[in-house]
Unconditional design. Sequence first.
Length: 108
Amino acid sequence: MASLMIQGCGSDVGKSTLVAGLCRLFANRGLIVRPFKPQNMSNNAAVTSDGGEIGRAQALQALACRTPATVHMNPVLLKPQSDVGAQVIVRGRMAGAYKARDFQGLKP
């Protein structure tokens, strides 16, 4: 099983769009492709078929792969509520609203 990771130094520079294009390219070549972003900060959420929330970019990537979007593709979604706080969505379900300093204590 081969893996490919796309990394970048900034936000909003096109990584997710590039990945969606690569997902479609590889799917068109008959490969089984699954997008994954472990943690995403975005107010743009999409709903999976089982009712969970993931980042819209990961939902688009799943569509490009021709596979149903699942919460496993984006297990942690942070939805900003203020300059210092966010709703924390874990595996598609709201875990609570936290300030950034408190969120650090939730990590294993």
